[in-house]
Design a protein around this ligand. Structure first.
Ligand code: 5GP
Ligand code: MN
Length: 343
């Protein structure tokens, strides 16, 4: 039996806000991933079926391997259509903020949301949310925001309203945020939820293939190139680094989503507990992805060195500067965190 972890007061809070609201806007974080999209699209479909007017607004494009998700084609992408997106935000009477803990994570939309009177509901599994929400369903122990969205439906007594499409979205979020049940996935409840989702008629193996077996030929070649030429191993620090320059990504004809998951690969090396992937998105801006196992705190590294944040074992950020500057910062990280890395 699934235990109720969301405070009853928060469930009642969401119900009361929904009774008073007609136009709901669901927001999720920059560079949306499977959990951001899965939780948002699941909630959108649920609210639409209840007769609400619902829009999902994302700060920027989602990766191509999530385009199949039910409802993905009607998402508004803020940086592609800022005026249309602003009009949607201004018309809202209720915001749902999913899979992020600070308005800075939704880029330009954050300032607009901060200036508007509509109430805000947070559903998220990052640490330490900003104190700006009318209802805050914040559970860092959850594997994903999608897990929490399922729990919300469940605790609202609305499990019957979970359709196969909604279940596919929730499953996608749980699957991607746990690396297909490889990390953050040891709690029994996750499998009780998965059993419920399978009961709704999803084919979990097909969902897996749609997300993970959907890459370009260029990605395969790029992976080979990066593993052969660009992977650096720091055995004394139990760490690894992969870098990808702007021109290299261009040469392999790779889009953003094509480098997804590459940061995890060096964790397969015996002894490696911390990995870092730098991708020069445009000259002068390097995207940073960090992963770790056990207790090594990626989020502290991201906060201190890369103007970012995230979870203990999966974080991100950026460097405004050259790849050489980013690599220098990484070397500093290895020095400063030497004790944690080698214990
Ligand atoms: P990824 O490496 O997949 O881009 O990001 C991993 C995780 O780190 C994300 O799910 C998110 O929780 C967090 N993250 C990524 N970039 C940032 C950032 O710039 N700021 C914060 N606070 N978290 C981030
Ligand atoms: Mn998440």
């Amino acid at each position: 039996m699934l235990e109720n972890i969301i405070d009853a007061k928060n469930i009642e809070g969401v119900k009361a806000l929904l009774e008073k609201s007609e136009k709901c806007v669901i927001l999720t974080h920059s560079r949306p991933d499977g959990d951001a999209m899965g939780s948002s699209l699941a909630l959108a479909a649920f609210l639409k079926a209840r007769g609400k007017s619902v829009s999902v607004v994302v700060p920027n494009e989602y990766p191509f391997f999530l385009a199949w998700m039910p409802g993905a084609d009607s998402v508004t992408i803020y940086d592609k259509a800022p005026e249309a997106a602003d009009a949607i935000l201004k018309a809202a009477d209720l915001f749902f903020c999913l899979d992020f803990n600070a308005l800075s994570r939704i880029e330009a939309a954050g300032e607009v949301v901060a200036s508007l009177p509509a109430k805000r509901v947070l559903i998220d599994h990052h640490l330490a949310p900003e104190p700006i929400f009318d209802v805050a369903i914040s559970h860092p122990e959850a594997c994903s925001t999608s897990e929490l969205v399922f729990r919300l439906f469940w605790q609202m007594g609305a499990a019957d309203e979970v359709t196969r499409e909604i279940a596919e979205c929730i499953y996608t979020g749980i699957m991607t945020d746990t690396g297909n049940f490889a990390y953050a996935s040891g709690r029994k409840d996750i499998y009780l939820i998965v059993a419920e989702l399978i009961g709704k008629g999803i084919d979990k193996d097909i969902v897996y293939r749609r997300v993970f077996y959907n890459y370009s030929f260029g990605r395969m070649k790029l992976m080979g190139y990066m593993m052969y030429r660009k992977l650096r191993h720091f055995p004394k620090k139990n760490a690894a680094l992969i870098t990808l320059d702007y021109e290299e990504a261009q040469n392999f004809n790779c889009s953003k989503g094509d480098t997804e998951g590459i940061v995890n690969m060096p964790l397969q090396i015996k002894g490696v507990r911390f990995t870092c992937f730098f991708r020069e998105e445009v000259p002068g801006k390097v995207n940073v992805s960090l992963r770790s196992v056990d207790d090594f705190p990626c989020n502290k590294v991201a906060e201190r060195f890369f103007n970012g944040g995230g979870h203990k074992n999966a974080s991100g950020g950026e460097v405004r500067g050259t790849m050489a500057q980013a690599v220098k910062l990484f070397e500093k990280v290895l020095e400063e965190f030497s004790e944690e890395l080698t214990k």
